[in-house]
Design a protein around this ligand. Structure first.
Ligand code: ZN
Length: 63
């Protein structure tokens, strides 16, 4: 696990991505493009599947 998240970097710096596989039902969310790429590359290397990352608009961000 990489310590990728900075507590102070909550707003427009980090975008959220939905990583989806076109070859199976694999699906995951990632904070930031680097994380999304890591997840996608990982799955692709293991399965040879085609993985896409879709940007998720930060709409439901009321905690
Ligand atoms: Zn897959």
């Amino acid at each position: 696990m990489l310590a990728n998240r900075k507590p102070t970097d909550q707003d427009d710096g980090t975008k959220r991505y939905l990583v989806k596989c076109e070859g199976c039902a694999f699906e995951d969310t990632a904070d930031g493009r680097d994380t999304a790429t890591t997840i996608g590359t990982d799955h692709q290397r293991e399965t040879q599947h085609e993985v896409v990352a879709v940007e998720v608009p930060p709409a439901l961000d009321t905690s």
